[in-house]
Write a protein that binds this ligand. Sequence first.
Ligand SMILES: [Zn+2]
Length: 332
Amino acid sequence: MEEPHLFFSHFDTENGSLIISTILQEILPCSMSERSMALQVILKYSKRNLPIMKVVFSPRCLEFREPGHPESPERVKHAHKLLVQKRYEFTEPSPCTEEDLLRVHTRELMESVQENSFFNFDCPNIPHIYDYARLSAGGALLALDLSISDEGSFSLMRPPGHHASRSRLGGFCYFNNIAIAVAKALETCEKVAVIDFDCHHGNGTQAIFMGNERVLYVSWHQVPLYPGTGHESKSNCLNYPMRPGTDHEAFMRLFERGLEEVETFNPDLIAVSAGFDGYIGDPLSMLRFEKRTYLEIGEKIKSFDIPRFAVLEGGYGVELPECILEFLQGFF
Ligand SMILES: [Zn+2]
C-alpha cells in the first residue's frame, strides 16, 4: 500500500483538532484498509509528535499581583514563554463551580474569599481573587480531564493550593486546587495517590484527606520550614521530612521509598502537587535539588503507566521555567 502522504502534510499546521477532522473528511472515500492505516498514522502522530492540549494555562492568571510578594505573575509568565518556545500546546480552563469548591471547602471559607472579607498575612486580599482562585482550581480540573488521555497533563496556573485546608487559606493558597480535582476524581476512580514534591509540606491537602482510605497522600518537604507540619506519617498520609541541604541523591533515595508505597497502594490515578521551590537556587528553601531531579521525578511518576496529572504549586527562583520544562520532559 502507498504511504498516505496527504495525511502527513496536515501536521504542519497549528490546530490539532482541525487537522484530525480535515483528515477524516479526506479519508472517507478511501477503502477500509486505507482508512485504518490513516487512523494509525493519526494516532501515532497525535500521541508522539503533537503534545495536544497537555498544558493548561490562562493569561488571566497573570492579571493579579501584590507588590513584593514572591508569588508573582512573572514566575508563571516566564514558564509559559519557555513552553511556547518548546512548542507545547495549551488549553484554557474555566473557573470551577461552587459545587467543586464545596466538595473540599466550607461555605464560610468560600464566601470569605468571594466577599474579600478574610485577612491572612501570606494571602493578599486582592480584588477579584475569588475569580482567579476559582480559575486556578478549574485548571486542576481540566488537567484531571486531560489525564484520561493517559499521557499526563499539567496545569500551569496560579495561585497555588496545597496549603489551603477545608476551612482556612494560607501560604499563598486560597483554595486547594489539587484537592478539588482529587475530590472530583473520586466520583469515578476507586483510589487516587497524591504525590507532593513541593519543598513545603502540603498541610491543607493532608488535612482534607486525612483518614480517607481511597487517597494516599505522600509528601517530601524541608523541615524545619513553613508550615511546621509533616514531621511524621499518620494514617493515609506519608511524610518524608528532609533536613536543609538535602541534595539530589539523598532526595531520590527518599523519593523511591515513597513511590514504593504508592505502588503498594495501587492507585487508578496519580495527582501531583508540583512545587519547584526545592531547587538549589530557590529563595524559599535550603534544599539542593537540581534540574535533573525534576526530570527524574517526572520519569518515575510516568513509569507507573496510569493516568496522571500535575498542578503547579511553589517555585520562586529565576530558573523555575527550566525546572518545569525538565519535569514535563519526564512526565509526558
Ligand atoms: Zn512551596
